[in-house]
Design a protein around this ligand. Sequence first.
Ligand SMILES: *Cc1c(COP(=O)(O)O)cnc(C)c1O
Length: 308
Amino acid sequence: MSDKSSYMIWFDGDLVPWNEAKVHVLTHTLHYGLGVFEGIRAYECHDGRPAIFRLMDHINRLYSSARIGQVKIPFSKEDLRKAIFKVLIVNKLKEAYIRPIAFIGDGVMGVNPKDNPIRLAIAAYPWGAYLGDEGLTKGIRAKISSFTRMHVNTHMTKAKICGNYVNSVMAKLEVTSLGFDEALMLDTEGYVSEGSGENIFIVRNGVLKTPPLTSILEGITRNTAVEIATDEGIKVIHERFTRDELYIADEAFFTGTAAEITPIREVDGRPIGDGKPGEITKRLQQSFFDIVRGKDDNYIKWLDFIPW
Ligand SMILES: *Cc1c(COP(=O)(O)O)cnc(C)c1O
């Protein structure tokens, strides 16, 4: 952490030093998990200008998550946008992972948070490839977790609600302890749902398939991959599929802000295709990295250039 201690964190409207961005142990969200967050990335473009990828989509989703969780964020979307820019500028970060979180502060201790204050913090720091540089180029090894992806009517799967991630952490701990890189979860009916923090795609006979927006988080990178593929003339089907359909896929990959587009080379010890990143996966990955770094004018609409 020492390397990050010089950074400032935006907290309830002020910039505070990294080591002073603290909360009370009776913070409501710490006990019960009702809080909402986002994961956003800024990239330094090919011309040296830094830009945030699909910033308003992330801000809109944070407010949607808050609406689902009935967390009333005491700042406007525009306040949040300006605050995110400020955090990057003051910390001189051209490439960063950005983590806004809205949570319920201390006050009453029962599960009904009533009038407890809603607090908002934004941290940003450098973060490379989530599943490793080698994962990006050679693909990762995934395993289907024994933990089922939470039921749509137990947890709200479309919201990035803090407590939802107990499910993800359990699955991730399980499969990494067995030597795998990432966990894949099945939905409550046994169909493939998503990774611990990524959406999944498979490719069969040149056609992309991804689970529909039922038990999954509505990923912005998922939507990006769908749009790129469609624009490149690749058909995309939104349909549930089984684990055996995944086993016989030609290619598979994960999408997520943290994971970007990461090829899956193996599931449950079985190679996917020939056990290497597939052609369509590599093509989409290349397009994705060109887009986030501003090399493709057709998608410049997705970049919010930081007023550096
Ligand atoms: C955040 C997240 C994703 C990916 O969403 P992006 O908008 O692409 O970052 C997928 N699944 C889960 C469970 C997530 O939390």
